[in-house]
Design a protein around this ligand. Structure first.
Ligand SMILES: *Cc1c(COP(=O)(O)O)cnc(C)c1O
Length: 351
C-alpha cells in the first residue's frame, strides 16, 4: 500500500475471492462455477466478424439483451438492468440505497460488508437462528437497506417467497435487495412481485446456472424507478461495462433456456446424491437449494478437511468465521467428480 491512498480505503478490507491456483489440475469445487460448458449455440457464437466488431463500443443500453430477458420473465425492458457481473449491481445498490445504513445476516455472502465499507455505509449483521435460517421477523420495520441472499450462501438454505414478501412489505421506506444468484437450483424467486412492490430489487447472475462466470454478466429485475436509479449510477461510472462479446453470449444464453434448465436439474440430482453420500460418511449437511452444500463432520475440523482435500487435488471453500469454521462449502460438480470426492473423503476419515 502506498502512502497516497485515501484514508477510508487504506482502512478497508477487500473481498477475498476463492482461490484459483495454477500449480496443478484440481477438481475445482470452491467457487460455485458450473461443471458444464455453456450451450453449444453459445460456444459457437463468437465469429471472426464479432471479434472485428470489437473496434466499436458495446451498446450501453443493452437493448437486445434486455428485450430477450424481459420476454423470458414476462416483464418490460424498463424493468431490467444489466451489468458486469451481479457483484457490480450489488455495489451500485449499496452506493445508491445505503445512506440510512444496511442490514444483512451474520452468515451470508462475504461481499456485502465489503461494499458497505467501500461506500461508508454503516451496517448491522443479524445472526441466523440455530438452524442457520433467516428469522423473517428480525427484518421487519427496519427502514434500512436490506440485503438477503436467497438461497443464502454459504449455507444453501432458502426462504420461501411468502416470507421474503413479508420482509419487502414491512419495509416500504427502504429498498430490499434479494440476491438470487442460486435461485435456479431449487429456490423460489420473488421477481413476480416487482409490479406490487416498488422497493424490491432482485439481483441475478449468469455466472452460476448459466455457465458463464468468466463472461461477467449480471442482471436485476425491479420497478422502473429502481432500474433508472441503477442506470444513472452506471452512466456515472462506466456506461460500456458489458463488453460486446459477453452481450452476444448473453443473448444466445437466453435463447437456450431449455439447455440450462436441463443442466440445473442434473446439478440438483447430483446434489441429492452427494448429500446422501456425505451423510452416510457421518457428515451433517445443511438442506441446500443451491449448487453447493455446506457440511461438517464431528471428527475432523473444517480447516483440516479443506487442507487434506487440497493435498489430494480437490478444492473446496473454507471460511474461518467462528460460527461456521467447522464447515466446508462444496460446489456440486459432475457426478464423476462428486463420486471421486466421496471416495477421497472416505479414505481421509479412515486414517
Ligand atoms: C457468486 C455470487 C454473486 C456474484 O456473481 P457474479 O455475477 O459472478 O458477480 C453474487 N451473490 C452471491 C450470493 C454469489 O454467491
Amino acid at each position: 500500500m502506498s502512502s497516497y491512498l485515501r484514508d477510508r480505503y487504506a482502512k478497508m478490507d477487500a473481498y477475498t475471492p476463492g482461490e484459483q491456483p495454477q500449480d496443478m489440475e484440481y477438481i475445482k469445487l470452491n467457487t460455485n462455477e458450473s461443471p458444464y460448458p455453456p450451450a453449444p449455440s453459445v460456444v459457437h457464437a463468437v465469429t471472426e466478424e464479432q471479434v472485428e466488431l470489437l473496434r466499436l463500443y458495446s451498446d450501453p443500453t443493452a437493448k437486445n439483451l434486455k428485450k430477450k430477458l424481459a420476454r423470458l420473465y414476462g416483464v418490460e425492458s424498463e424493468n431490467i438492468f444489466l451489468s458486469n457481473g451481479s457483484d457490480d449491481i450489488l455495489n451500485f445498490a449499496f452506493m445508491a440505497y445505503g445512506h440510512r445504513g444496511a442490514v444483512f445476516p451474520d452468515i451470508t455472502y462475504g461481499f456485502y460488508p465489503v461494499f458497505a465499507e467501500l461506500h461508508g455505509v454503516s451496517y448491522q449483521e443479524i445472526p441466523l437462528n440455530g438452524r442457520f435460517e433467516i428469522n423473517k421477523e428480525d427484518y421487519f420495520n427496519l427502514n434500512k437497506l436490506i440485503v438477503i441472499a436467497n438461497p443464502n450462501a454459504p449455507t444453501g438454505i432458502s426462504m420461501n417467497a411468502v416470507s421474503v414478501e413479508e420482509i419487502i412489505a414491512r419495509n416500504p421506506q427502504s429498498v430490499v435487495v434479494v440476491d438470487e444468484a442460486y435461485v435456479d437450483f431449487g429456490g423460489e424467486s420473488v421477481y413476480p412481485l416487482i409490479g406490487k412492490y416498488e422497493n424490491l430489487l432482485v439481483v441475478r447472475t449468469f455466472s452460476k446456472s448459466r455457465c458463464l462466470a468468466g463472461g461477467r454478466l449480471g442482471y436485476a429485475i425491479a420497478s422502473a424507478g429502481i432500474i433508472s436509479d441503477l442506470e444513472k449510477i452506471k452512466y456515472a461510472t462506466n456506461p460500456y461495462n458489458i463488453n460486446r462479446l459477453t452481450m452476444l453470449l448473453g443473448e444466445k444464453t437466453v435463447e437456450a433456456e431449455e439447455y440450462y434448465q436441463e443442466k440445473c436439474q442434473e446439478i440438483i440430482d447430483t446434489r441429492n446424491m452427494t448429500t446422501a453420500g456425505l451423510q452416510s460418511l457421518g457428515f451433517e449437511v445443511l438442506p441446500s437449494d443451491a449448487n453447493f452444500v455446506f457440511a461438517r463432520h464431528p471428527r475432523i475440523s473444517g480447516e483440516d478437511m479443506y487442507l487434506k482435500l487440497k493435498a489430494q487435488g480437490v478444492l473446496v471453500r473454507h471460511f474461518p468465521k467462528e460460527r461456521v469454521k467447522d464447515f466446508n462449502r462444496i460446489t456440486i460438480g459432475t457426478p464423476k467428480q462428486m463420486q471421486k470426492l466421496l471416495n477421497i473423503m472416505e479414505e481421509l476419515l479412515c486414517e
